[in-house]
Design a protein around this ligand. Structure first.
Ligand code: EPU
Length: 416
């Protein structure tokens, strides 16, 4: 297993280009199952999760290539199964359920099982599909679903769910009648998926708001689109500039998608200037301790909580970080403590008391964003940090060590 060795204390200076968003690319790839033919995506990141989704689709009969462009040919889908071996490594695999049911009328998808950040059930996906007329049962760890043509339905989500909204929106595209989703997720990745589905011939209104209306059509056709910039990658590098007291220019981002993060980082004392697709971030000495609560978009995202906590470990006072989306997303706390951070946990809130400095230590990555927070801590720490199990990082940060070295970080991947 590879590890990262980082020598901290270098202020980062220069420009980083933000990659396409994994959480946008994955649902787009699943959407290829709804219309046979060649789908083309620009700006899809080269990441482990993207390769896993290609394998999953390949297992079903799709052909794909990913050089500059990601092309997926879904003309010959013959195996309607998402096996445990793939689903357990990437929960987003469940996104194939809605499209398979809508177009192929049956699906066998492994239940994802445990996760490092919380229980993460898929009950709301299944309940919605049942409301649309699917018959669903659980068998030996698998969801077995079948349906004739799905029917439009009114679905009120008990809780905002991003992939749940995406799954049901895809399913509804080919349903008979109108589907109305209430309390739908408003994340930019949902809007991007709706735009792609519309370019395929779907009739969707309201994506980006809590009420989405989908009028079912008989069939869709393949199309092409550009994957939106990764707002979490952008936020992570903004923190990198702040925590090292450096100055970074991030290009290829969409500023509207990171407003809540920019606001909190500004309160924390970073100097941030944004134009339409570039953001300049500079750390300026003292980091101020501020509180955050994670919430669905457009509020502060859970996927930036761990990285923000890394910054707050060096704050001038006390910061309260409340995680409201996932019940167990604090695995990074113990590892940051190994680097000298002063953090205590009270239920869903981490109380972070700023310390003068972090010190390099051997630490272990436990999930994607936790890993990113350790990289950030390491960039600011005195001495050398070794981060083990970085395969988590490779799931979601394209070329992270190349991007960071190019702006001055002393970072090295050691292959074992
Ligand atoms: N939930 C349920 N039942 C469901 C679905 C969700 O109880 O059927 C709960 C979850 O357990 C959680 C909350 O609802 O407590 C929200 O979960 P959501 O369904 O929105 O999460 P997700 O769709 O599985 C996506 C991202 C995550 C991101 C969350 C929240 C993708 C592929 N994944 O997950 O991204 O944290 O939304 O914004 O889009 C990451 O990139 O590191 C990552 C984990």
């Amino acid at each position: 297993m590879d590890k990262l060795v980082i020598e901290g204390g270098v202020p980062l200076e220069g420009e980083i280009r933000i990659s396409g968003a994994k959480n946008c690319a994955l649902p787009l790839m699943a959407a290829t199952l709804i219309a046979g033919g060649v789908h083309t995506f620009r700006n899809a990141p080269q990441l482990r999760d993207i390769r896993t989704m290609r394998n999953l689709l390949g297992n079903m009969g799709a052909k794909s290539e990913h050089d500059g462009l990601l092309r997926i040919d879904s003309s010959d889908i013959h195996n309607l199964e998402a096996p445990y071996e793939l689903v357990k490594t990437m929960r987003a695999s469940v996104l194939v359920l809605g499209p398979m049911l809508a177009r192929h009328h049956r699906a066998r998808v492994s239940l994802p099982g445990g996760c490092a950040i919380g229980a993460r059930p898929i009950n709301l996906h299944l309940k919605g599909l049942e409301q649309m007329g699917a018959e669903i049962r659980l068998d030996h760890g698998y969801v077995l679903a079948r349906a004739g043509r799905l029917r439009g339905a009114t679905i009120s989500f008990d809780q905002v769910t991003v992939t749940g909204t995406e799954n049901l929106m895809m399913a509804a595209c080919l349903a008979d009648g109108v589907t109305v989703m209430k309390n739908a997720a408003c994340e930019p990745e949902v809007t991007a998926l709706a735009e792609y589905l519309k370019s395929m011939g779907a009739d969707i209104e309201g994506a980006g708001t809590p009420k989405i209306t989908v009028r079912g059509v008989k069939e869709l056709h393949p199309s092409e689109c550009t994957v939106i910039p990764d707002r979490i990658e952008a936020g992570t590098y903004m923190v990198a500039a702040g925590i090292t007291g450096g100055r970074l220019r991030l290009t290829g981002c969409n500023v509207c998608h990171v407003e809540a993060v920019i606001q909190k980082l500004t309160e924390a004392g970073l100097c941030i200037k944004a134009d339409a697709d570039a953001i300049e971030v500079a750390g300026q000495g003292e980091i101020r301790s501020v509180n955050i609560k994670t919430q669905p978009f457009p509020a502060f995202p859970t996927d930036m909580q761990a990285q923000f906590m890394a910054l707050m470990t060096l704050g001038g006072g006390v910061s309260l970080i409340t995680e409201q989306i996932f019940e167990n997303r604090f695995m990074h706390v113990l590892e940051l403590q190994r680097m000298g951070a002063d953090i205590s946990l009270e239920a869903r809130t981490a109380v972070v008391r700023g310390v003068k400095k972090l010190s390099g230590a051997p630490v272990m990555a436990t999930d994607l964003r936790a890993s990113a927070s350790l990289v950030l801590g390491a960039l600011a720490a005195e001495g050398t940090t070794e981060i083990a199990r970085i395969y988590h990082l490779d799931r979601g940060y394209e070329a992270i060590e190349q991007k960071l070295s190019a702006v001055g970080a002393k970072i090295m991947r050691v292959r074992e």
